[in-house]
Write a protein that binds this ligand. Structure first.
Ligand code: GDP
Length: 384
């Protein structure tokens, strides 16, 4: 028996108990989903002034340096304050800009205490040269500059070899300072899809407690197709909960309530999918700007009816009506509600299936669009 079968059976058996327990069940699942969505993730970024810390803070949050929510970049002034930068699309994720160890008034061994280290899930240290102090994860920034400079100055330029040398040099520097196994990642904040940013993500994901992994994954910029696929899997795994909420609400003997709730659940969830895949209008504009691809070129490759649209309830209803099977299920659900003996369990089953199906379909569409947009933004030739 699949998970889905199990859920439907479970819900059908709920159907014979009191209505109150349905409402409680729906509320419990909604609480769980809400808690998931609100799992806090606090990422501390530190490094010396000029190292590219603020640019990295911005790139990590999917915005560029000219965005009004961007951490100020290119300043000569040193930040002495711990500054929070909420993720614009995932308010549960905050990237904290911490003053560099060497720039604070406190001695290095008091640094962690003074920045309030307990509140952070992990620390990333940025440096554009070599590292001096260790703890945590080391991001060697501006790698694009190094490669460009080497490319100009060497006759037989070998990017792989240059990258290897830079990494070895960083590791060596850290080992000289007594760090046993430093974790160094070579990154360009202007090209997150290149070099080691994906390795940084994999490492952070591995080392985070399980309940925080989704928060990191869903807030990650789309740096490769694999991330998009993983986001899709994570979102797919949650659909049964939304479907259960809609099934439990379908048991209420109020005409039209179930449909209205389903449409609300669908619209909210699709909006969250859109943002997670970076397909909302604002994210697309950002991507067009940073990838230097005309916005229309990105919009043109999207094939789903949700592409770059404001996800309103009306749009959801329109799309549901376009899908004959879906509309029939919803109608059957409304019709079956008042059949006194079997009405509730049947309505619940219809509601579960229709919500489950609709969300899976919309998720697939958006994931495919995300593939296409990513491929277009990078000028790749991969076709779906
Ligand atoms: P902060 O003082 O450490 O916050 O550094 P900023 O983020 O303000 O960056 C200092 C300068 O380095 C700015 O001119 C950035 O545009 C530039 N910069 C930052 N990251 C990169 C990168 O990955 N590649 C290149 N080429 N330049 C970068």
């Amino acid at each position: 028996m699949s998970h889905l079968d199990f859920d439907i059976l479970m819900i059908s058996s709920f159907g014979i108990t009191m209505k109150k327990s349905h409402a409680e069940g729906a509320a419990k699942i909604q609480d769980y989903l809400e808690k998931e969505k609100n799992t806090p993730l606090n990422i501390a970024i530190t490094g010396e002034t000029g190292s590219g810390k603020s640019t990295f803070v911005n790139a990590f949050r999917g915005i560029d340096n000219i965005d009004k929510r961007a951490a100020p970049t290119g300043c000569v002034e040193t930040t002495m304050e711990v500054t929070p930068y909420p993720h614009p699309k995932h308010p549960n994720v905050t990237v904290w800009d911490l003053p560099g160890v060497g720039t604070t008034k406190f001695p290095a061994d008091k640094y962690l205490e003074n920045v309030g280290f307990e509140k952070f899930d992990f620390f990333i240290i940025i440096s554009d040269t070599r590292f001096r102090e260790n703890d945590f994860y080391f991001v060697r920034s501006k790698i694009d500059n190094d490669l460009q400079a080497e490319g100009k100055s060497q006759r037989e330029f070998d990017a792989e070899r240059t990258l290897k040398l830079i990494k070895e040099n960083c590791i060596q520097g850290l080992q000289n300072e007594g760090v046993l196994s430093p974790q160094v990642f070579l990154v360009s904040s202007f090209e997150l899809h290149l070099y080691d940013f994906h390795l940084l993500h994999e490492t952070l994901e591995r080392e985070l407690p399980a309940h925080k992994r989704n928060a990191l994954l869903l807030a990650m910029p789309n740096i490769n197709l694999e991330i998009i696929n993983k986001k899709k899997e994570a979102l797919q795994a949650k659909i049964k909960y939304y479907a259960s909420v809609s099934a439990l609400i379908a048991s209420a003997p109020v005409a039209g309530l179930s449909f209205a709730t389903d449409v609300t659940i669908l619209a909210e969830t699709i909006r969250m999918y859109q943002v997670t895949f970076g397909l909302d209008c604002e994210s697309l504009e950002n991507l067009a700007r940073t990838a230097r691809v005309p916005l229309n070129d990105l919009k043109e490759v999207m094939t789903s009816p949700l592409a770059a649209k404001e996800i309103s309830k009306d749009l959801v209803i329109k799309l549901l009506c376009l899908s004959a099977g879906e509309a029939a299920l919803m109608a059957a659900e409304e019709g079956s509600r008042f059949s006194p003996l079997i009405g509730f369990p049947l309505a619940m089953t219809f509601s579960f299936i229709s919500t489950y199906r609709a969300l899976s379909t919309f998720l697939n569409m958006l994931a495919e669009d995300a593939h296409r947009v990513f491929t277009k933004a990078l000028g790749l030739n991969t076709s779906l």
